[in-house]
Design a binder for this molecule. Sequence first.
Ligand code: SAM
Length: 217
Amino acid sequence: MAQYLDLLLEANARFNLTAVRDRDTAWQRLILDSLTLREALELLPPGSQVIDVGTGGGIPGIPLAISLPGAGVNFTLLDATGKKVRFLEQTIAALALTNVQAIQDRAETLGQNRQHRQHYDAAVSRAVGTVSEVLEYTLPLVKVGGQVLLLKGAEAQEQLAAAGDALDVLGAGDVAVFDAYPEGTGDSDLVIISVLKDRPTPATYPRRPGVPKSQPL
Ligand code: SAM
């Protein structure tokens, strides 16, 4: 984890990978916040596939992959920006991570790609857009029976309340919101939104690149 932070903070001085610059804050906001999703993912059986949508510099996917080395869970890191994906590829090689791959693409495009659509057991995402927007990026990539896990701040409940149509249309089942940290520890605003998928996503979703953001469901 420390080696990953070294690489991330060093690259961040050259081009923007994260707004966090200070090392102590980076341990908390980048590493520990990412690891709050670990408990949900360690329940996955060996051979499971997880995708991190809008991973940027690898958050939350790389800390999760580092923390689950022998679990047989494979992580795909997705980002639209080539520079970020090149950083991820160099980092995966430098840390000799064998359970991670990086892909440069838009979530709207990958969600319509047969090799990736409804292929993943879980999708994770942090700081990529509103709940409605991110559900349109993630749910099409997840299998029926799979799960979307979103790390969200204080805006979670309000955005979730506005995402009713997205949940309905995209095939969501049960939705739950958990505090990411036990009471009295960590960031009290950070929550995990868990969305189970119980129906296939209609072929018309995700819509064309840019539409989930400009015309959220
Ligand atoms: N998840 C990381 C984190 O928490 O530090 C990065 C967050 S950054 C604010 C949002 C990232 O999502 C950017 O790297 C951007 O390129 C990516 N992104 C935004 N929309 C996307 C889309 N439609 N498909 C793929 N990546 C996208």
